[in-house]
Ligand binder design. Structure first.
Ligand code: M6R
Length: 614
């Protein structure tokens, strides 16, 4: 949550920072701001409520000169989204400016102490405490900015990624992190700093990921220096990124979400590449091979995740239990971390996260590792905090996901989980005859099957017109597709603001059936599978009570076509992989309804792409 970006070099900093903020806007879009050190020694700070476009309009007639600056796009935690609470925040003297991503837990104590020393606070944010504290330490100790940041951070409890500039030290930016991400980009005579690599990649593919409790000293024309908060020099490990700028653009689509939905044939191809061969029934996952004994000896697997990744985890549970015959539990990371779980070194914790930065998932991992469990990550963002905090893992390799609603990451996660289940099952010899062949051949066909499902786009767009203004939706599914129902409902509610509930179809009669009337549409996920007959009865129960039914069915299903109000036909696919194909019409339905309602699908209200606060 919140995106920060910094630049020092020879280009006009404002242009680099604004471009960077646009790339980071998916992390928060309540307000935005920029602080620039001008050539004539001024610190110019401009900030406003709203999006980065609003900031640009605000800056139109302002002095935005200078080659050094920091900027921020906010997802509000402390204090409402307004101009004053927007970052950058500045010190009492007006000489220091700071941007922050994270939450300062002891800000009230620090604020009171600073107020007693005569500091005046302007905003309601936790962040302002940081900049005031750094200035207070700097002035009372008469020390350098680096030392002041280092000493001040010792007093701070919480999570932070910060960037600080000082009008008295105009050729320097200080960055620091603890539990919130910070990446430094190394260019020719220029250095970048950002919450993730997306603002940097256009200028350089050489990056350094700052670790917790490290401080980066970025000086114009000088090599990067990193020290620890206890003042020891830290290693500078330069990585080369393989991301491209085109992956960060809409590529002709009106929204990132639609682009990401349509990218899925390619992203799934990338996800299975090198893991499932063009022939044979084996799956190769290096993370499983390298940790063979861990998987062979595992007593139990616990999947921890949040949101959409948690839904993928529910599908993973069925896959792993059925194919690898290991008991699996699925926990919300936010609950798991505080549940005092009984964990041993025979437990494997699988953490699933698109961003690799979700605070609760990261904390769950740290706790699990402390208890001796082996932690395996399934992430999308290469080099992210979760990817680095886990013992081993498998990337989903679906490329940057910018739309706040997760689409291609979900299908990538389910695809990786199916490969993981098979890889473990093959290791253990628990795979039933024919299953490996069925799964691997379906995995190879997935990109093509997704292409076929995408052909539903036009008919779903028309269908969405009928349901644009309903207030509630019910989503039902069974077996592998009960989590698909949860995911379909989440997609709809987060981007269209229509209340939607996902339910196991057979559970409907234990309560939700009371809601059914002609105003409540029900989406029933009913591909051909073991429970097909049963779900037909569930559809009839809805119809008998005057509800309308949109059914996702396997092509050629005439039985459901005769009962449902609308059918969305998907191609035949092996049951364990059906959630991947089913999710295509559900994503498109949510997208088109939200668009018809005039919602901003890429930046839905109150949400942010990576949730780096509790
Ligand atoms: O980056 P993560 O996968 O850890 O994110 C978890 C959730 O915040 C995320 O899936 C969220 O629910 C999405 N907005 C769903 O579309």
């Amino acid at each position: 949550m919140c995106g920060i970006v910094g630049y020092i070099g020879e280009q006009p900093a404002y242009d680099v920072l604004i471009k960077g903020l646009h790339r980071l806007e998916y992390r928060g879009y309540d307000s935005a701001g920029v602080a620039l050190l001008s050539p004539d020694g001024e610190l110019n700070i401009y900030k406003t409520r709203g999006k980065v476009d609003d900031l640009e309009r605000f800056c139109e007639s302002k002095d935005v000169s200078g080659n050094v600056g920091i900027a921020h796009t906010r997802w509000a935690t402390h204090g409402e989204p307004n101009d004053v609470n927007a970052h950058p925040h500045f010190s009492c003297s007006g000489r220091l400016a700071l941007v922050h991503n994270g939450t300062i837990e002891n800000y009230n104590v620090l604020k009171t102490a600073l107020e007693l020393q005569g500091c005046t606070f302007r905003s309601e944010t936790d962040t302002e405490v940081l900049v005031q504290l750094i200035e207070y330490v700097k002035e009372t100790n008469d020390c350098s900015l680096v030392d002041a940041v280092r000493e001040a951070l010792k007093e701070v409890i919480g999570a932070y990624a910060i960037a600080v500039i000082d009008v008295n030290d105009p050729d320097m930016i200080i960055g620091a992190r603890k539990s919130s991400p910070l990446v430094i980009g190394i260019g020719d005579n220029e250095t970048f700093l950002a919450s993730d690599a997306t603002p940097i990649i256009e200028f350089t593919n050489k990056v350094v990921y700052l670790n917790d409790d490290e401080i980066a000293i970025i000086k114009k024309g000088q090599p990067l220096q990193i020290i620890s908060t206890d003042n020891r020099p830290a290693e500078i490990d330069i990585k080369t990124l393989r991301m491209s700028v085109s992956q960060l653009e809409k590529g002709g689509y009106p929204h990132f979400m639609l682009k990401e939905i349509f990218e899925q044939p390619r992203t799934i191809h990338d996800c299975i590449r090198g893991r499932v061969g063009s022939k044979g029934a084996t799956v190769t996952l290096s993370g499983v091979i390298e940790n063979k004994d861990r998987f062979l000896n595992a007593h139990r697997i616990i999947i921890v995740a949040c949101g959409t990744s948690w839904h993928a985890g529910l599908i993973g549970k069925r896959l792993i239990q059925e194919i690898a015959r290991i008991p699996v539990e699925v926990e919300y990371a936010s609950e798991f971390r505080y549940s005092n779980p009984v964990l041993t070194d025979r437990d494997i914790v699988i953490a699933i996260s698109q961003s690799g930065e979700t605070a609760d998932t990261l904390a769950a991992i740290q706790m699990a590792r402390k208890c001796g469990a082996f932690v395996y990550g399934i992430c999308n963002v290469v080099g992210s905090s979760i990817a680095r905090a886990t013992d081993s893992g498998t990337y989903i390799h679906v490329g940057p996901e910018i739309g706040v609603a997760s689409t291609k990451a979900f299908t990538g996660q389910v695809t990786v989980l199916s490969m993981l289940a098979l890889a473990i099952g093959q290791l253990k010899g628990s795979v039933k005859p024919g299953v490996a062949e069925e799964i691997t051949s379906s995995l190879r066909r997935l990109p093509d099957l997704i292409k076929q499902a995408l052909k539903l786009n036009e008919s779903i767009e028309q269908l969405s017109g009928i349901y644009t203004y309903v207030h509630n939706f019910l989503y039902l599914g069974r077996g592998f597709n009960y989590p698909s129902a949860l995911e379909g409902a989440l997609k709809l509610k987060e981007i269209s603001y229509i209340h939607a509930e996902g339910y196991p179809a057979a559970e409907m009669k234990h309560g939700p059936i009371a809601l059914i009337d002609h105003e409540l549409p029900t989406v029933v996920i009913a591909p051909n599978d073991e429970l097909h007959e049963k779900i037909i009865s569930n559809i009839q129960q809805v119809k008998a009570r005057g509800g309308s039914v949109i059914a996702v069915v396997t092509k050629g299903d005439t039985t459901i076509a005769d009962i449902a109000d609308h059918i969305l036909e998907i191609p035949e696919v092996a049951e364990p992989l059906s959630p991947v194909i089913v999710s295509i019409p559900l994503q498109l339905l949510a997208y088109h309804i939200a668009i018809k309602k005039g919602c901003n699908v890429d930046m839905p209200r109150n949400l942010a792409k990576s949730v780096t606060v509790e």
